[in-house]
Design a protein around this ligand. Structure first.
Ligand code: KIV
Ligand code: ZN
Length: 562
């Protein structure tokens, strides 16, 4: 059966050529309001209990929210009791405003103020649906009648607020023309202006007009046009806040919010990880970290994202998608070889050039800023390549492999992932590296040696004499050789045993600190002059002369195994 697209009609956009928002950029964080405990909670299969709400409330405070919608206290006992608990146990910081939602009906508004008793800063959020569809289908009321619900509700809030103020409460009115995106924008302004005329906002008597895309019905640019048009036509603009409250039905709630901010809004309502009705609310974490990634202080702190994720999952019983922007388990991870290589180079460039700004390919932000360990950045499976393996060996274990060794080591690791068809852990990668290259034993063994360095010849070049004992196939042999360093002295010393004639084609070394111990690591590549085959070997020792000799023995033993 074919899908019947003719069942749907296109959204009619407003005619607004004077728009200025496309030329703007955001330069500061908006006022954030978390609606996790209300809009987020009302969308959960199992709503949060009081203890769960409290856990999340404390987390929201820790993140830095100063406006928190804690519930709909006139609608449920739990919501009412939760607010009372916050007040009675003095859990609300002085700089945090507690927001509560209510319908514009007298007994609900009365109950809301009862729940708020003792709150220092309250935002009373009144809403009624103004959309053409709901006026026609749900309420069967005309525009005037719908406007009256809003103004009468505001009058009641004003009356209760006067009483509450006498008891020391600061009360801000928030009004939402619910289903704003289904409402003619002229009518939304008309209703909101009528509400504001009742409230009479001033610097001392603030009001918030919240413009929800209760259902996201169009592209974000159309929402932005509506917001800018609204801002241009609303009265009392300098003493009210325009607030955005986007849902995500089309998957563009975050984009709508960002464009809405360009269009002049001051405030954003939303939730952590975008929890909320249907496809959710705007994900505030993503909007905030989008600002952060542009060098703007988001005024919210998501450093401890693992704890935030744990608490969120515990209280909502919802999972977080592994691809969730900035915080999903896989979003800082590269499996693909070419990405890993570029990331590896990006990190190296940063260290070598001491750069101030974050510029690493494929990583829009520094994963450690959101508490992600670098271990998670590069993970190794059959798609991975040389850069990734080198990255792990260096970042996790301090091995700075020479570049010409990367492809060969990666091949060994890749073969293992291919054979097993799984992702390799960093410990597996280390083991494969150790087993294949480091201090490899075999037919050739070093029993003991001593070197004597003399730099008194006429060019002041050093002449190294090496004497020692080795075992070849278990048989002890005395050796003695001279060279310009321990490596050539050792190679000369073993030449007489016909093990093959080798020359050193690459040599690299560095120190590695492990606790309070320092170790020397040497990587050599030998070429067998007869076969032209090349073999790497790695030697590790606390002694800087032993490390290269062990590396050579590893390479020769590897050559016989090959
Ligand atoms: O989405 C919505 O319209 C709401 C209102 C109550 C603001 O949540
Ligand atoms: Zn909502």
């Amino acid at each position: 059966m074919a899908m019947n697209y003719k069942k749907y009609k296109p959204y009619i956009k407003i005619d607004f050529k004077e728009r200025t928002w496309p030329e703007k950029i955001t330069t500061k964080a908006p006022i954030w309001c978390s609606v996790d405990l209300r809009d987020g909670n009302q969308a959960l299969p199992i709503p949060m209990g009081i203890d769960e709400k409290l856990l999340l409330f404390k987390m929201l405070i820790k993140i830095g929210f100063k406006n928190i919608e804690v519930g709909f206290p006139s609608a449920s006992e739990t919501e009412f009791n939760f607010l009372r608990k916050l007040v009675d146990e003095k859990l609300i910081p002085d700089d945090v405003s507690i927001q509560v939602l209510t319908q514009a009906r007298e007994h609900l508004i009365a109950k809301t103020f009862e729940a708020l008793k003792g709150v220092k800063n309250a935002i009373v959020h009144v809403y009624n649906s103004t959309s053409e569809l709901q006026r026609r289908v749900v309420f069967n009321k005309n525009k005037e009648e719908i406007k009256k619900i809003a103004t009468e509700g505001t009058l009641l809030v004003k009356k209760f607020a006067e009483g509450a103020r006498k008891e020391g409460m600061n009360v801000v009115l928030e009004y939402s023309p619910e289903s704003f995106t289904g409402t003619e924008v002229e009518y939304a302004v008309e209703v909101s202006n009528a509400v504001l005329d009742v409230w009479q906002p001033s610097k001392e008597n603030l009001a918030i007009i919240n413009l929800p895309s209760t259902v996201e019905m169009s592209t974000p640019n159309i929402y932005a046009d509506q917001i800018e048009w609204f801002c241009n036509h609303i009265k009392y603009r300098d003493v009210i806040q325009i607030s955005l409250h986007a849902h995500n039905d089309r998957g563009t709630g975050i984009a709508a919010t960002e464009l809405g901010l360009l269009a002049g809004a001051d405030r954003v309502e939303g939730t952590l990880f975008g929890n909320g009705e249907r496809t959710g609310n705007t994900d505030l974490l993503t909007v905030a970290l989008n600002l952060y990634s542009q060098g703007i202080d988001p005024e919210l702190d998501f450093y401890d994202v693992e704890e935030i994720k744990d608490i969120f999952q515990q209280v909502t019983r919802l999972p977080i998608h592994p691809r969730h922007p900035y915080v999903g388990d896989l979003v800082h991870t590269a499996f693909s070889g070419s990405h890993q290589d570029a990331i590896n180079k990006g990190f190296k460039y940063r260290t070598d050039n001491n750069v101030d700004f974050w510029e690493v390919p494929y990583l829009p932000i520094d994963p450690s800023d959101v508490g992600c360990k670098y271990e998670a950045v590069i993970r190794i499976n059959s798609q991975s390549g040389k850069g990734g393996v080198a990255f792990i060996l260096e970042k996790e274990y301090g091995f700075k492999l020479p570049k010409n060794m990367h492809p060969e080591v990666a091949k060994i690791i890749q073969k293992d992932t291919d054979d097993k068809g799984i992702e390799l852990k960093k410990e597996d990668i280390l083991k494969l590296f150790e087993d294949n290259y480091i201090n490899i034993s075999g037919f050739l063994e070093l029993i003991k040696y001593k070197v004597n360095e003399d730099s008194t010849n006429e060019d002041a070049d050093s002449v190294v004499t090496l004497e020692g004992v080795i075992k070849i196939y278990g048989e002890e042999k005395n050796i003695s050789g001279i060279g310009n360093g321990p490596v050539s002295a050792f190679l000369n010393a073993i030449e007489q045993f016909n093990l093959g004639k080798y020359t050193v084609t690459s040599y690299d070394e560095h120190a590695r600190e492990e606790g309070d111990k320092s170790q020397a690591i040497t990587y050599v590549q030998l070429e067998n002059l007869n076969t032209k085959e090349r073999y790497f070997g790695v030697g590790i020792s606390p002694n800087i002369t032993s490390a290269p000799i062990k590396a050579i023995i590893s390479a020769i033993n590897r050559s016989k195994k090959a």
